[in-house]
Design a protein. Structure first.
Length: 147
């Protein structure tokens, strides 16, 4: 994995964590970004060195997903199966879908396959194969409608 790919992957994982914290604690965006810059991005946790995250990319995904949250959630909800609603989604999964959807609608510089594959990797960190397939299906359906 190249250095840039590793730093983007680290940025995406951190973005999902930041969005989760924003959702759960309503941390103000400037404070949230500052906290992640100082304590999480590229930090060493439990003797494991995390890949240096790409700060500007992280900031864009977090800020953009928060700024466009209503639009993004409407898009995600439209791709859920009958009987499913956003409130039924696991809170971490919801943030993975928000971050991935943001990239699909706002980051034309990132290829569709890269966005989907990277968020599948993030999903693998939290979920088993069934939930990861769900993330794949939703992001793929969103990509088809926006790209």
């Amino acid at each position: 994995m190249s250095g840039e790919k590793k730093s983007r992957a680290a940025s995406r994982l951190a973005a999902v964590q930041a969005l989760y914290q924003y959702q759960m604690e309503a941390t103000r965006l400037p404070q949230l970004l500052d906290e992640f810059h100082r304590h999480r991005l590229g930090a060493e946790i439990e003797d494991m060195q995390f890949a240096e995250a790409e700060t500007a990319f992280f900031d864009d995904v977090v800020s953009g997903a928060i700024a466009r949250q209503d639009e993004i959630d409407t898009m995600i909800a439209s791709k859920l199966a009958d009987g499913w609603s956003l409130s039924r989604l696991d809170k971490t999964m919801h943030q993975i879908l928000r971050a991935g959807t943001y990239e699909l609608i706002a980051r034309a510089d990132v290829p569709t396959g890269s966005v989907i594959n990277e968020y599948l990797d993030v999903a693998h960190a939290f979920f088993d194969a069934r939930e990861t397939k769900f993330v794949n299906g939703v992001l793929d359906a969103i990509a088809k409608s926006v790209r």
